[in-house]
Every structure is written in C-alpha cells, then in structure tokens.
Design a protein around this ligand. Structure first.
Ligand SMILES: O=P(O)(O)OC[C@H]1O[C@H](O)[C@H](O)[C@@H](O)[C@@H]1O
Length: 420
C-alpha cells in the first residue's frame, strides 16, 4: 500500500493530516503495524527521502518485535518507513511506499531502465516527437513553465493564451462582458460541454479547488445521454439566460460533444436566446468546432495545441478557463504544477515521487499489470482524482497499439471511450 498526502498551498503553513489518497497495489505486504502518521511535528524538507523527521522517535525495540519475521518486524518496518518516506516541503506532499515490498536487488535491476526513462523524459521535454502515432511533440510541461518550450513561437502561443484567458475571465466575472438578456445583468453559471480529456480535468479542478460559493457556478455535460443533458439544462431553468456555455473538444469533431452542443443550442432557441452571444469554444485551430464558432460569431475562442494530449490538457485553456471563471487563481495553480514537475525531474529514483510510484506499481504488478490498482481518496474534494487518473493511465498505455506496435489495452477504450 502506498499513500500520498498533500496539496499545493500558497501559504507557508502546510497542513498535514492523515493521507488523503491511498493507492493499493499489492497484497504482498498484508501486515499492518500501526506507526505514527506523518504528523504536524514532522520536519519538512524539499524533495528528499531518507531524512528521519526530528520530531519522531523510533518505536521501542521490544523483545516481542524481535521474534517476528523481518517483514513483520515493527522496528524494521519503522526504519523502512523513515528510510523511504518522500517529502516535498512547498507542495506539502508525502509519499509512503514503505509497505511495498520491493527489494534492493529489484531496485538495482531496475536502475538502468529508470535512467533510460529519465533520458527519454528529458528528450520529450526538449520537444522530441514522443507520440509516433500522431507524429507530435508532448509538451504539457511547457504550459506550466513557459521557459522550457523549445522555441519562441510556442512560448508566445502559451503566454498569449494565458493572458487572454485571464483577461476574458476577469471581464466575465466583473460583468464587463454580459449576456444580452440576463435578468442578473451578468453571467452566473458556466455549462461545460465536453467528454473524456476535455471534461475530467476541469471537473476534478472544480471539485478540488473551487471556493464554496464561486461567482460563477459550473456544471458539466460530459456524456451523450439525452436524459442527462436535459437534466443539466432543466436545472439551469431560467438561468440559461445567464449561462456561459464552454464547448471543449481538442479534435473539434467528437460526436458526443457535438450532441451535447446541439441539445444546448436547441434549449437556447426554445428559450428565445441567442447562443453565439453566450458560447465559447476551446479547440484546435481550424477544427470543425473552431470553424463553426468563428462563422457563427461566438463570444470567444481559445486554442488547444496539438502538442497537448487531451488527457493532460488540464493546464491548457481546457482546465484554466473554467477554473479562472470560478475564481481559482490559475497562475498559482501553474506554479504548483511546475514545482511538481521539478520534483519529478530528479534522476535519483528515491527522491523522485513519480519514479517511486512507477517502480512500486511495476513491482506490485510483476511488470505486467497482474493486479488492479485501487485509488482511494479519503478526502471528498479529491473524489474525482480516481476518475481523472483512470483516464490518464489507460490512455497513456496506448490507445490501440503500444509503442512497439503490439495491440494493447483497447478493451478499456471499448468499454469507456469509443473513439480511436
Ligand atoms: O477533446 P476531444 O477531441 O473532443 O476528445 C475527447 C475525448 O474523446 C475520447 O473519449 C478519447 O478517448 C479521449 O482521449 C478524448 O479526450
């Protein structure tokens, strides 16, 4: 069992509670021995493992514990815990992998593979064609640290879009831009229409980070179920006149999203409202959606970049515009993400949380996915983390074929995502 805790907080006082997320991977370590949780007295250090927190003292080395087998031994477990506990001060992130039973021999065997993974990541961040299927770069890291983008064109694309998002969101929130027939004289609701990678990120952020009473409340049409779409529209009622509709689709041609849009447009017509005055498109330039929005004169259009995959688009306009409209400080969100990226760039495996989780997953599933991963968010606001992660993982394993051309995990997609 591995557990993660923490969430980026701009304040210096990082609050630490019981781990909000637990990832169960393995049944090799069934013995639970209660040890002190990472408590408030833990000394925080940036991106390190192995520091023994000064506020914690070792459990007593009782004779009883000496008689148990090594893996059940409380003292050994305690040492393994302190030895492997990963902490990141600014992010308030803790990762406890001590109950995953990987051995030193395993770590040594995996080291060359981990090092080649780090090299591949460095190439990817420099702009290598890392998605051979689609012949494109994979650059979502640049969204949160523009200096890393491989050329000035990309850098200006990112900056221009971010500024345009902030400006547009400010104007909507301050009612400088308002819907023509709203009795409130301003936008009060956001309806996001999109599916998969164009829905899960913004949903997760809304659930995790939005203030209790955001100036604009958000709801989602993320399925093609007519009853579900009608339900969302019915709940808006007369507030449809004060609703900003954001249609999100990287390809701009996803049928489910198109169905949602058609339903919403019909509701606007039935209510005698002009959809273009309240519609926003987030999509790749010149896609079907982009052209429709341009020709019909929608309120605004924001670009999606071909070098950002749908499942990792939450830090592009896809996630940032809905977040900004809810009053979330998106520049702070980007800073948090870039700190996390930095932590995951270190090539010392035990100091790299992403590498540690990957290793644990590999170990626990025998490198072939022989067990299921269960993600248990013990924090209500992180409920959608599991869904978000599910899509992230399954679509990262290869949609139909893996990097070597082998037919891969397509069943997932047949069940959950029909496209591609
Ligand atoms: O953003 P779109 O092009 O509309 O695609 C939306 C989603 O469609 C499908 O569900 C794909 O499997 C996802 O990867 C994608 O994120």
């Amino acid at each position: 069992m591995a557990s993660i805790s923490g969430m980026y907080s701009p304040s210096s006082a990082v609050k630490i509670g019981r781990s909000p997320i637990t990832i169960l991977l393995s049944r090799r370590d069934p013995f639970f021995v209660p040890i002190a949780p990472a408590g408030r007295s833990v000394r925080l250090a940036q991106s390190v493992a192995r520091d023994i927190p000064s506020g914690l003292s070792p459990v007593s080395n009782s004779p009883a514990s000496k008689t148990t087998a090594v893996e059940k031994d409380r003292v050994s477990l305690w040492h393994r815990y302190v030895d492997w506990l990963y902490q990141h001060k600014e992010l308030g992130l803790y990762l406890d992998v001590s109950r995953i039973g990987f051995t030193n021999e395993f770590l040594e065997r995996m080291e060359p593979r981990m090092q080649s993974a780090f090299v591949a990541m460095q190439e990817l961040e420099k702009g290598a064609i890392a998605n051979p299927d689609e012949g494109r770069m994979v650059g979502h890291y640049w969204l949160r640290n523009v200096a890393l983008a491989p050329n000035s064109f990309l850098r200006s694309q990112i900056e221009k879009t971010l500024n345009a998002i902030c400006e547009f969101a400010d104007k909507i929130i301050s009612a400088q831009i308002k819907p023509p027939s709203s009795p409130h004289g301003r936008f009060t609701q956001v309806l996001s229409v999109g599916i998969g990678g164009s829905a899960l990120g913004p949903q997760f952020v809304a659930e995790a980070l939005a203030p209790d009473n955001p100036r604009l409340k958000i709801r989602f049409v993320d399925n093609t179920d007519p009853a579900g779409i009608d339900h969302q529209i019915a709940q808006l009622g007369t507030e449809l006149a004060s609703t900003l509709v954001i249609v999100i689709s990287k390809s701009g041609g996803t049928p489910e999203t198109r169905n949602g849009l058609l339903e919403v447009q019909k509701a606007f017509r039935d209510a005698g409202l002009e959809f273009p005055k309240q519609g926003v498109a987030i999509t790749q330039e010149n896609s079907l959606l982009d052209n429709t929005a341009r020709i019909e004169g929608w309120l605004a259009r924001f670009p999606m970049f071909d070098w950002v995959g749908g499942r990792t688009s939450v830090m592009s306009a896809v996630g940032l515009l809905p977040a900004a409209l809810q009053g979330i400080n998106i520049r702070e969100m980007l800073v948090g993400a870039s700190l996390m990226d930095m932590a995951n760039r270190t090539t010392v495996v035990r100091n790299n949380p992403a590498a540690l989780l990957a290793l644990c997953w590999y170990w626990a599933t025998d490198g072939v996915g022989s067990k299921d991963m269960v993600v248990l968010p013990y924090k209500d606001s992180l409920l959608l983390f599991s869904r978000y992660l599910q899509q992230l993982v399954m679509e990262s394993l290869g949609k139909e074929f893996d990097l070597h051309g082998n037919r891969g995990y397509e069943d997932y997609h047949k069940c959950n995502f029909k496209k591609e």
